[in-house]
Design a protein around this ligand. Structure first.
Ligand SMILES: *[C@@H]1O[C@H](CO)[C@@H](O)[C@H](O)[C@H]1NC(C)=O
Ligand SMILES: *[C@@H]1O[C@H](CO)[C@@H](O)[C@H](O)[C@H]1NC(C)=O
Ligand SMILES: *[C@@H]1O[C@H](CO)[C@@H](O)[C@H](O)[C@H]1NC(C)=O
Length: 476
């Protein structure tokens, strides 16, 4: 009896506890779903506030091609960003990832702020906020609307072999291991090279200077305008200064330090160069790319009815490269197999790939680089259009190939297969659905690759648009 009674009490207690647990879980769950408070601090948001816009950057970088005493490859640099304040604010946010910033004053602040007119507000606090990849600068007063300010930082980072930001690539030539410093800023890796407003709409003019080992050469988006040998921190270095870029997005920046060789040609006043390992150039593997580039550039000038916007067009074949190719403005980077063509070994398919990939990347020099998407949710428009016109460009270079017929085979049919899968996703997303760097990168996943690469659903859509109205694609 007692046992039974006691048993009953235990059951009642257990049942009550279970009810309390379940209702707590449900309650928390409902609370999280319905009233999860949005982050209150600006630095917890992934998108930059609309208070400041960059105007120009002066960036100096020094990648070390030899390991330091600890066996680490590093780069050092300093950068000044001039920004215009649109609305009064006491907070400056810049993207910054995996960089070590030097302190700039006796209070240990990581930045130096100057005003172009008058005195700047004093700095209250600076710190690196890792979750959202920000350098946060809190001010005692405010930066004022309509005024320009300079923000200076000095930093160092690892020149690692992770294929992101400014990174290290190694290859062997004639039994010697050689190190190349190269870059991949797209989509969100510029912040790993220097603190910057790393969103595509935050366009600015970049003044780039590179210090590098004597005997190597440095390339960037603009033409080299000064190359001088000098001594820095007791080391002999070569200092290369580049022509300022056009106003452009951070994701289009590029920088390569190597001992590569090149082939050159001219299209109108535009200097055209194909860069690769010395051996590849000596063996003539860059010759086909050079032959294709001139007619393709001419084709796009006619097609867009706008002259090629820059003074030079460099294309470089890299031993280690994440994507197939990247349309950095004025310095397009490629996987070796996509730019180089060896008549003795490469197949006709290789040749066709080289012609269409070059046309795809050069199409971006206007559509994508001169005119740029506001945010990553519309990436299909950029890539789909470039994929479609890449056939038109390649057709100009190789008119006997009927390369336009391949759209049906390589794009339409291929993307039908991918789009039939349950894992397919919409072409375009809402702007607010794409926030975190991982979400941006996810847009370039397996399915988006077929939307982004030569096999493009975006391509099918833009080609249909173009068929409906030949004007649409030109006026987007
Ligand atoms: C090349 O530049 C010269 C001098 O700036 C100019 O007169 C000429 O028209 C240009 N040629 C082309 C094809 O743009
Ligand atoms: C590039 O063009 C030149 C001149 O027309 C030609 O001799 C050469 O064979 C071409 N190179 C390739 C790889 O097609
Ligand atoms: C090309 O541009 C020029 C100058 O901007 C303009 O006069 C001409 O009408 C344009 N051609 C076409 C086909 O749009």
């Amino acid at each position: 009896m007692v046992l039974c009674c006691g048993g009953k009490r235990v059951w009642v207690m257990l049942a009550t506890m279970a009810l309390v647990c379940v209702s707590t879980i449900v309650g928390l769950w409902v609370y999280q779903l319905t009233s999860f408070p949005p982050p209150t601090n600006k630095w917890d948001h992934y998108r930059l506030p609309d208070t400041l816009v960059p105007e120009r950057y002066d960036v100096a970088l020094w990648p070390r091609l030899d390991p330091d005493a600890d066996g680490l490859y590093i780069f050092t640099g300093h950068s000044t960003v001039r920004f215009r304040c649109l609305r009064d604010t006491n907070l400056i946010l810049l993207h910054c990832k995996q960089l070590k910033l030097s302190t700039m004053d006796s209070d240990g602040h990581l930045v130096k702020l100057t005003a172009l007119r008058g005195t700047p507000p004093a700095i209250r606090k600076t710190w690196l906020h890792e979750p959202t990849q920000y350098l946060v600068v809190q001010l005692n007063g405010v930066v004022k609307a309509g005024q320009d300010y300079d923000l200076h930082t000095e930093f160092s980072g690892e020149l690692s072999d992770d294929l992101e930001g400014l990174y290290r690539s190694e290859y062997t030539e004639d039994g010697v291991t050689k190190v190349v410093a190269t870059s991949q800023m797209h989509p969100t890796h510029a912040r790993k090279t220097f603190p910057c407003f790393d969103e595509p709409a935050m366009k600015a003019v970049f003044h780039i200077t590179v210090l590098h080992k004597p005997g190597t050469l440095a390339l960037s988006n603009g033409m080299e305008i000064a190359i001088e040998d000098t001594t820095v921190e007791g080391q002999a270095v070569t200092k290369t200064t580049f022509e300022p870029t056009k106003k452009m997005s951070t994701y289009l920046l590029a920088l390569v330090v190597s001992d590569f060789d090149h082939l050159a040609s001219l299209a109108g006043n535009t200097s055209i160069r194909i860069w690769a390992r010395k051996n590849a150039i000596i063996q003539g593997h860059g010759s086909y790319a050079l032959n294709v580039t001139v007619p393709v550039l001419k084709f796009f000038e006619d097609y867009y009815n706008i002259s090629y916007p820059l003074s030079k067009s460099d294309q470089i074949a890299l031993p280690d490269f994440y994507f197939g190719a990247m349309e950095n403005w004025g310095l397009v980077t490629y996987r070796e197999a996509n730019l180089l063509y060896d008549p003795d070994v490469s197949s006709n398919r290789n040749k066709e790939t080289t012609a269409t990939i070059i046309a795809h990347e050069l199409a971006h020099m206007w559509f994508g680089n001169l005119v740029t998407l506001k945010w990553w949710n519309e990436v299909w428009l950029n890539e789909g259009f470039a994929s479609y016109v890449s056939y038109l460009g390649a057709n100009r270079a190789e008119p006997t190939w009927n390369v336009k017929d391949l759209i049906v085979l390589d794009d339409v049919h291929r993307v039908f297969a991918v789009d039939a899968l349950a894992s397919s996703h919409p072409l375009s997303s809402k702007e607010e659905e794409i926030q975190r760097p991982e979400q941006i990168s996810e847009l370039f996943d397996a399915i988006s690759y077929s939307k982004r690469g030569p096999q493009s659903c975006g391509c099918c859509l833009t080609s249909s648009l173009s068929l409906c109205s030949s004007r649409v694609s030109k006026h987007i």
